[in-house]
Structures are given as C-alpha cells and as structure tokens.
Write a protein that binds this ligand. Structure first.
Ligand code: GLP
Length: 243
C-alpha cells in the first residue's frame, strides 16, 4: 500500500484529485468507481476546477457509484444520485448515459443487484475505485460483520452509520434504514483503489483497518489483501497509525 500523508483536508483533496486526473489523462475512456460522503467532496471540487480550466475532460469516462439509499427518490436532496449530480456530474462534460448508480427505488431488489453486478463485471474491474470510510470502518455501505464475499446487495444500516449520516438529514428518523451497496467482492475487483480518510474521528478505524487483523468486523481491513491500494489521509486521520 502507498500512503500519502496530507497536512489537512485541502492538501488531501488535491493529492487525491491528482491521482484521479492522472488516470483520466492517461486513459480518457477509463471507468471510475465513485463514492459519496463528505470525504470526496474536495476531490470533486478540484476536478471541476481543472475541467473548467480546460485541463481535463470526462467526455469518454464511465462511472459506477458504490451505493444508494434504499427508498429515496433521485430527486431527494440526500439521495446519492442527487449528491453526485450536484457535487460533480452537473459541472463537468461527462456523458450522463455513462453514469451508473444503483437504483434505490428498484421494485425488484434482486434484479437490480444482478444488473449492477453484471455491469461491474462488464467493465472487467473498474480502473480506479475511490473510497471513503465510515467511522466504524465501513466501505460503501458494507457494515461490520457482513460477509466479505458478497456482491451488490441490500443492507440494513448500522445504528452508528444512521447516527453519523443524520447530520445531512433533519433528524436521525429521516435517515433511510437500508441501502443498496456494492459488496466487498465488487470493490476488490477494481484494478486500483484510492482510499481517502480525513479527521480524527476516523483515526481508530484507520489503524484497525491496516494495522489489525483482516476481519469482517472492520470491513476496510479487506483492503490489506488488495494488490494496489493508495491511501491519502490527513495527519488527524493518521494520528494513531504507526508508520
Ligand atoms: C457513507 C457512504 C460511504 C462513505 C461514508 C463516510 O456511509 N456510504 O461511502 O465512505 O459515508 O462518509 P464521510 O466521508 O462523510 O465521513
């Protein structure tokens, strides 16, 4: 694993954005696996800036997002579809037909999960999968204790995740209790993984993920077994890490 230690969130975002943009420049039709949450927002802002300067084009890029809340319409301002459009897609030249996000309103969840798994397989491993990490070590919405071998599936969110994400809703009651997420199996099929972690609240989970055992209790720990992981984290997130 390659580790970049950034002094703060701004430096972290710039460093990680550099890695994403390098992929797009080297392979203009690359497939990017994308994430939501507060961690990647700075990366998206930086990429938008470079696009607007004319340094970068996403015209041929395809994207596949990690997850989506179950039961929220796309128009809801906390749906991940809405998040991706407002924080990234609506500000760049991406072809909206090349954007893929699980359908949180799918009538038949099984059919939707199969569709998403087939889509990911058809890409033959996304070129670069961007990941954040929850306070409890979750990646995508793969919560602690879930099996590592799952593909895309419907998940019950952990109480800690509902609590953590309540800051984006009016209150915890409004946070959806379920989500569709790529499974660990899908995530591990990526050619390369870029994990961004910021803030002291993630320090313990980050240490456990890379300096503890590989266990479903810490979903991100599976990344120890991926051959090509880059971690970009700020000093606060790395404060418990023994380098
Ligand atoms: C959500 C998302 C994850 C994300 C996590 C951390 O639960 N499903 O993909 O990594 O939140 O979010 P944040 O970056 O806001 O801490």
């Amino acid at each position: 694993m390659r580790i970049y230690k950034a002094k703060d969130y701004a430096e972290l975002s710039r460093r990680a954005a550099n890695i994403v943009s390098a992929h797009v420049i080297i392979k203009p039709n690359c497939v990017l696996g994308l994430a939501t949450g507060s961690s990647p927002i700075g990366i998206y802002k930086q990429l938008i800036e470079w696009y607007k300067k004319g340094d970068l084009s996403f015209a041929e890029v395809s994207t596949v997002n990690l997850d989506e809340y179950y039961g929220l319409p796309k128009s809801h301002d906390q749906s991940y579809d809405y998040f991706m459009k407002s924080n990234f897609f609506n500000h760049i030249d991406i072809d909206h037909n090349k954007i893929n996000i699980p359908n949180g309103l799918a009538e038949d969840v099984e059919v939707e999960c199969t569709r998403y798994n087939q889509l990911i397989s058809s890409f033959n491993g996304v070129d670069l999968q961007l990941l954040g990490m929850g306070n409890n070590g979750h990646i995508g919405f793969n919560e602690p204790g879930r099996a590592f071998e799952l593909g895309t599936h419907l998940v019950e969110l952990a109480p800690t995740t509902i609590e953590a994400n309540a800051r984006f809703f009016k209150n915890a009651d409004e946070v959806p209790k379920k989500a569709l997420t790529m499974g660990i199996k899908n995530i591990m099929s990526a050619q390369k993984i870029l994990l961004v972690v910021s803030g002291e609240s993630k320090a313990e989970a980050l240490k456990n993920a890379f300096q503890g055992p590989v266990t479903p209790e810490v979903p991100a720990s599976i990344l120890q077994l991926h051959p090509n992981v880059t971690l970009v984290a700020d000093e606060a997130a790395l404060s418990k890490f023994e380098i």
